[in-house]
Ligand binder design. Structure first.
Ligand code: CP3
Length: 364
């Protein structure tokens, strides 16, 4: 890892004036930037041969729980792609075992004893993250020592609603019938579950920030599942509690909220208390900007499928997205995680295209 630190990023030397505030953080704060920053959701993962090589020796949970491994995997895409932010290598379900719910990955998450009843919810613990997941805070501290100063580290957690979907379903789902049964059949039990998720996740995200994470991101992948009034009660308000805890602990740290498939909830997202709202590709970014208003920055929102096409298409779609997005207050990203079959050169072509085209746009 010492070699890694010496090598730093292989691309994109920081101009002297950005030493004070990295590009990514400026964009989160809607300050002027000389070009649009980019990072990629799931940038550390199976599409990278160096990730697959490490995973041959260590399973997924071991990789998450060993700070040296989590640190090394976090740095892989920073070295290869020259992205403008690093995201801690971990998973949104890492806090669950300390709540009393063991999780396995194969590669998707599997929970043998899902949370289904009032008694199940009452049995859940709400641990302090420093005791429950010290390896995460160690990885954050280690990464701050290894990352070049122009590449900020994003800490993250699952939003309470999205984490609750896994707790109740026991894994992924198409219909989310167990969860919906709880929300509408036993709303008080559901509310108690979401409270416990919010408490646990608030501690988990706040401690990452205290350990050195420079931005705090909440993933609400399943935000699009609910009607607006149910979204407000079961997803938005619990997420607001987590973001408010982060704000109270560290007011200057940008808070990012990713809302999957949430075109129906954007106006509500605008008032959440996030500095940045991440959107997927199902909505045009100009429309998302209009509906979110000027009070938040945007993150997104290229279809991850585009990276399976040729570099010329990647460049064309990137140019189009940059034209539609606001020049200040935009963090370029995919609309969801990069697909495992993506050629790494295509990810690199995307990063290059964003750098060149967004800088050229500002020169005009
Ligand atoms: O973005 C990054 O590079 C950081 C790492 C990261 C992972 N998961 C690693 C991972 C992040 C930010 C997550 C978030 C996450 N995890 C979300 C929210 C974002 C999203 O994608 O919607 C969700 C819903 C999960 C739960 C989860 N973990 C699922 C559904 C899966 C299986 C899907 C898949 O890609 O196979 C996981 C496993 C997982 N998390 C892997 C990785 C790299 C694959 C495991 C492996 O390497 O075998």
């Amino acid at each position: 890892l010492t070699e890694t630190a010496a090598a730093g990023t292989t691309r994109g030397p920081a101009p002297a004036n950005s030493a004070a505030e990295p590009l990514f953080l400026r964009a989160c704060r809607r300050r002027p930037v000389e070009r649009t920053p980019i990072w990629i959701m799931r940038q550390a993962g199976r599409y990278l041969p160096e990730y697959r090589a490490l995973r041959e020796k260590h399973d997924f949970l071991t990789s998450c729980r060993t700070p040296e491994l989590a640190c090394e995997i976090t740095l892989q895409p920073v070295r290869r792609l020259g992205v403008d932010a690093a995201i801690l290598f971990s998973d949104i379900l890492i806090p669950l075992p300390a709540m009393g719910v063991p999780v396995e990955f194969d590669p998707g998450p599997q929970i043998d004893r899902p949370v289904r009843s009032r008694a199940d919810v009452e049995a859940l613990a709400t641990p302090d993250a420093r005791e429950a997941t010290p390896f995460v805070m160690d990885a954050v501290r280690m990464l701050r020592g290894e990352l070049p100063p122009e590449v900020p580290l994003i800490g993250f957690a699952g939003a309470p609603f999205t984490v609750a979907t896994y707790l109740v379903e026991g894994g992924g789902s198409k219909s989310f019938a167990a969860l919906r049964g709880l929300l509408f059949g036993e709303p008080e039990t559901a509310a108690a579950l979401l409270d416990k998720c919010a408490d646990t996740i608030a501690s988990y995200l706040v401690e990452q920030v205290r350990a050195g994470a420079q931005a705090a991101m909440l993933f609400d992948t399943w935000a699009g599942l609910l009607a607006p009034e149910d979204y407000r009660r079961f997803a938005l308000e619990p997420a607001r509690r987590v973001l408010e805890a982060v704000r109270a602990a560290s007011p200057e740290t940008p808070r990012i909220y990713y809302a999957g498939d949430a075109a129906g909830q954007l106006e509500q997202c605008a008032g959440l208390g996030a500095d940045v709202v991440g959107v997927d590709w199902r909505i045009d970014i100009a429309e998302a900007h209009r509906r979110l208003g000027g009070g938040v920055a945007l993150q997104g929102n290229l279809d991850p499928g585009v990276l399976l096409g040729p570099p010329a298409l990647i460049r064309e779609r990137t140019a189009r997205l940059l034209r539609a997005a606001p020049a200040a207050g935009h963090v370029f990203n995919l609309g969801h995680g990069i697909l495992p079959m993506t050629p790494p050169e295509h990810a690199r072509a995307l990063v290059d295209a964003v750098r060149e085209l967004s800088a050229a746009r500002r020169e005009r």
